[in-house]
Design a protein around this ligand. Structure first.
Ligand code: GLU
Ligand code: ZN
Length: 467
């Protein structure tokens, strides 16, 4: 065997991809890339009732979006059922597994008994040494002959040494009575066949690991290394879910977070490299290791994610930002619109925390405001409107130019002459141009949308508030 690192991300398409799963994918991917190994993708779709094609497509989409590229073709677990069964039958042939004819009713009543007696239930091993005295109509399950004595020890890359007394493990089912392999079996067979060297997954799988190790041992296979990373919790300490705002990866995409911000944020959540907060992909690959993955649960901090997102928005070049933002506009953009947005982009991107905000604030270069924010009325008194009328005239007469700097000077002078504060005039203009009181510099906006459009918007504002 060569000692190349092979890891895999093995999501089940039974729901939309959780942001916590994305972090699992990212840690696997970084570990693979750091070690020049392989990162494989396996779609665990054996639960046919709950798995959907849409969810599978979403997994591909999110990984592509985050540039978490996988090696080779994705493995579709359901296509390997015959192989899983073959392994189980081989275990039976070698006396490592056995047919169990206990009926669901029989097992249920034993479970109930334990519950009543307050004892932990585990399969009692009735068929472990053969059960010849069974109803011929019963379709048996196949159970693993687990070790009865000793301990199963995991030297986990994150959790350290964890062990369990084998007497606590029961003879788990490998093949159900309908002939389908169980999750426990499929995972182990696939990980073995894919030469997986490191199994990196959420710590909710830790208890499964003890049982899966039993399967490896029975098969006589090398046991991979395990790394169980803590789950992501909401600010209130409960597992991150929809009610914390957003839990699925697609939500974050739609809320206007950049993939580089999400990656950076998820990386820092539960992993650190000194005090570094902004970590490029390149450095992440260079630095990633399991020594710095924390054991304690991570709390999702939306404000931190927003700050990172704002940072990465500023980092992106203007063209790529516009390109990225296009689907976030609820309207078609003309070439002229795009040109103007690009002209204003340096200021727009300074202020945006998400791409949704960026697209929203860019609308000033697409169309006149359809409504005015309530706050605008403060700058729409008769005095303000009078000033705006004068400005309109001066623009019309070309007394004011629409050159940003020249206009700024002219308006400053005008404010002086009329004995009003510049902010009074600027806010009135802002309300007129943008419909709200927050935007880049009004002189910049005017220089971009130009005279005709400026006059049109100023007039509409004056009309609106003169009524
Ligand atoms: N399919 C499992 C899940 O989505 C992961 C299995 C594994 O990583 O071993 O939770
Ligand atoms: Zn049995």
């Amino acid at each position: 065997m060569n000692n190349k690192v092979n890891v895999r991300f093995a999501p089940s398409p039974t729901g939309v991809l959780h942001i916590g799963s994305v972090r699992t994918a990212l840690f696997n991917w970084l570990y693979a890339r750091h070690n020049n190994g392989n990162f494989f993708l396996r779609i665990e779709d054996t639960d046919k009732l709950r798995s959907t094609d849409e969810n599978t497509k979403l997994i591909f989409k999110i990984l592509e979006w985050l540039q978490i590229n996988w090696d080779g073709e994705p493995v579709i677990q359901s296509s390997r059922m015959d192989r899983h069964k073959e392994v189980a039958l081989d275990l039976v042939a070698r006396g490592k597994a056995y047919y169990c004819y206990c009926t669901p009713e029989e097992l249920a009543s034993k479970k109930e008994y334990c519950l009543r007696e307050n004892k932990p239930y585990k399969y009692d091993g009735k068929c472990r040494n053969g059960n010849t005295n069974h109803d011929l109509n019963i379709k048996p399950v196949i159970r693993l002959k687990s070790e009865l004595d000793g301990f199963t020890v995991v030297n986990d890359m994150v959790q350290g040494e964890v062990k369990v007394n084998n007497s606590q493990l029961d003879d788990l089912v490998l093949i159900r009575s309908d002939g389908t392999p169980t999750y426990m079996l499929s995972v182990v067979v696939d990980d073995h066949d894919m030469n997986i060297t490191h199994v990196i997954r959420g710590d909710d799988h830790l208890t499964n690991t003890f049982r899966q190790i039993q399967i490896y041992k029975a098969c006589g296979w090398d046991i991979p290394k395990f790394g169980h990373i803590p789950l992501i919790y909401g600010p209130d300490g409960a597992k991150l879910s929809k009610r914390h705002g957003a839990a699925s990866a697609i939500d974050y995409m739609q809320l206007g977070y950049l993939p580089e911000a999400i990656s950076n944020y998820l990386l820092r959540l539960g992993w650190s490299h000194g005090d570094e907060e902004i970590i490029t992909r390149e450095n992440a690959i260079k630095w990633f290791d399991f020594n710095s993955v924390g054991k304690s649960p991570s709390r999702f901090d939306m404000a931190k994610l927003q700050n990172l997102n704002a940072h990465y928005i500023k980092e992106r070049n203007n063209e790529s930002l516009l390109e990225y933002a296009l689907p976030f506009f609820k309207c078609e953009l003309t070439e002229e619109n795009k040109k103007n947005i690009l002209k204003g982009m340096n200021s727009l991107k300074e202020r945006a925390k998400t791409i949704v905000e960026l697209a929203d604030s860019s609308l000033i270069y697409v169309k006149a405001p359809e409504i005015y924010d309530d706050k605008c009325s403060k700058y729409a008194t008769s005095n303000h409107l009078e000033l705006l009328r004068e400005i309109i005239t001066k623009l019309n007469n070309a007394e004011f130019s629409t050159n940003e700097e020249e206009l700024c000077n002219s308006i400053k002078e005008f404010a002086n002459l009329r004995n009003v504060k510049l902010v009074e005039i600027a806010q009135a203009i802002r309300g007129a141009l943008c419909g709200k009181l927050a935007s880049p510099s009004v002189f910049e906006i005017i220089s971009i949308i130009d005279k005709e459009e400026t006059i049109k918007r100023l007039n509409s504002f004056v009309d609106h508030y003169s009524k």
